[in-house]
Design a protein around this ligand. Sequence first.
Ligand code: C2O
Ligand code: CU
Length: 485
Amino acid sequence: ARVHNYTWDITYQYKSQDCYKKLAITINGMTPGPVISATEGDTIIVNVINKLFMENFAIHWHSIKQIGTPWMDGADGVSQCATIPGDTFTYQFVVNKAGTYMYHSHYGVQKKSGLYGLIKVTVRTGKSEPFKYDDDDHSIVLTDWYHSSSYEEATKLTSLPFVWIGSPQSLLINGRGKYDCSNLNTNVCDSTNPECVPYSLTVVPGKTYRLRIASLTSLSSLSFQIEGHNLTVVEADGQYVEPFVTKNLAYLERHRIKNQPKSGHQSSPALHPEPSKHFRQSDYASQHTKHHPGPNQVVSQQCLSHSSTHSLSDSPEKNWTDVFDQTPAPESYDFQNYDIYNVPGNKNSTSSTSIYRLKFNSTVDVILQNANTMNVNNSETHPWHLHGHDFWVLGYGDGKFNMSSDVKKYNLVDPIMKSTVPLHPYGWTALRFQADNPGIWLFHCHIEAHFLMGMLVLFESGSEMVREPPQQNIGCGRTKSLIKP
Ligand code: C2O
Ligand code: CU
């Protein structure tokens, strides 16, 4: 196994990605940032230097499990304090499984500002993959792009009442798009700027190409197709799938569970035992439990492991009890009486630092229930993402989840394994995972604005097994006192 060393300068730069000039957060001057390319088992070391002057950052390695290194997960306020201007944070972790992954900022709305990129992990030499292609593979990074500043948007979203940020101005493929500049001064928007020439890929007729496609949008759910061609899907979220042919990647979701491809890893015994814990988390409940970890409230595994006793009792002298609310998080809401088709009665948001504590190695079922938003006759799709784990997608359905009949419809034979899954409007999605990765992990809507407004929960499991974290993770809010002199 090799060690890959990178040094990244994080800076603001003017970019004209869609021909409209605006500030973007860049890595070594680039957005999307450089592709991290490694072989399974390799170690990645990234020294990230904050040259933003006025903003912190934290970088999350999306779908990389961080087994034994939860503090390298890059989740601001959960696995680390965000890195302040002038400081360097060194991420070091192993990429233990071949696949296509991505990285992005996990601080504020920086994903929307351009701080993201792709991670490509290839199989070990001598090992073959369950499909063939002719040429080198190519990365396709899809994003949406806003012209307003991230400060303005963060302010809108965190105001009371909040102000919605609206739709993006452009969609970008590998950092390039086309905004209509016709009514704008060429200093601001110049359609002849070479920076916004569309990405192109030259191909040879008859050859099969592998495309590694990542959507790093902050709001939009995209469809992807290549005119006049079919796509064969071979992998999703770092898991091989039973290859199947489609015209359009957005169409997959609509197949829902019946046509979900087989996961190559479906036969784990953990899929079958009855789950030891059930959660039902409503759209409503999650939107209104303002759980966002401000730097003064929540920091996790470093605190959990920092104490010199080894088991996680609820004893008040433990450092981590100072930063998390010890009242057990609600395991369900008033499901019977909750009206998912109307605007919720209670419009007040609450905040909490409570956490779901899961028995280590237990099998956990989560049922996500979607509901009406604050607007009449409106419910939205939410892509939910789990850090540190993959989960089986046991089922989807329309309307309210029914504990007695819908559980019987679960696919326990060949469910797909994923780490992000859509929750459809007025529908439900059921997942199952094994809490086998020690640490504290976010489970949240991947729409950056929804996350910022609090659509997230935390799962803790086996954190007493986590080794002491690097000092660089600690140093903000209440965890500051944990720093050894
Ligand atoms: Cu890619 Cu917590 O997210
Ligand atoms: Cu959402």
